[in-house]
Design a protein around this ligand. Sequence first.
Ligand code: ADP
Ligand code: MG
Length: 249
Amino acid sequence: MLEIRGLAASIEDKPILKGIDITVPDGEIHAIMGPNGSGKSTLGYVLAGREEYEVTAGGVTFNGADLLAMEPEERAVAGIFLAFQAPIELPGVNNANFLRTALNAIRRARGEEELDAAQFLKTARAAAKTLAMKEDLLKRNVNVGFSGGEKKRNEVLQMAILKPRLAILDETDSGLDIDALRIVADGVNALRSPDFSALVITHHQRLLDLLVPNRVHVLAHGRIVRSGGPELALELEKSGYAAMVQEAA
Ligand code: ADP
Ligand code: MG
């Protein structure tokens, strides 16, 4: 279970998050929606442990442990995975080797046996196939020259292989056609279990139709202005963010 309590965070002394409260019980998928610039990506980065962000108030526990006290690597071992809104390119780094290194670091830390190159490739190829992802993307440098859609698929591939306990997807569906959107949704749904939860940042009702979140939270100006069931997303689609944001101001 993820518990975010009164979380405030700044970047370069500029307050971005101004007191966020969200609880995501195990087994649940929560959507985060809200206008551009409201702090959605910032929330993802703070949870994943990106260094530029300073937490100025509040706290976060993950399965009872103080998440904010953990190094980013420790968070990954604890099962936290962030799919970036803008996946970074890593020239000179082979995609399959990169993924195997990440997976083996997690397995090692958990006392599990590491996978050798052949074992890993078998797993990775199977996962790529499920995602209708071209196999040669495994052999190429991480995200270098990947199309927008291929980068997003690669994020879902990472998630499928690392099998996180908490996945944070930051607009992984943006810029994807309908078939690719379904693949993102299937990727998340395939991980659904009582031990898995997800925070899905999205603007798209279509993704939420496929995922059916347990809760929807609307973030505006660094605060949660509304939380509700899946029907809240439908309301947003009809009326837009403006009314809700104003109502809360
Ligand atoms: P969202 O994902 O909801 O669109 P972000 O979390 O990306 O919003 O950004 C929230 C606010 O923080 C924006 O006003 C953005 O300009 C600001 N911000 C994000 N990163 C930086 C940075 N590195 N330096 C200064 N401001 C930043
Ligand atoms: Mg964002």
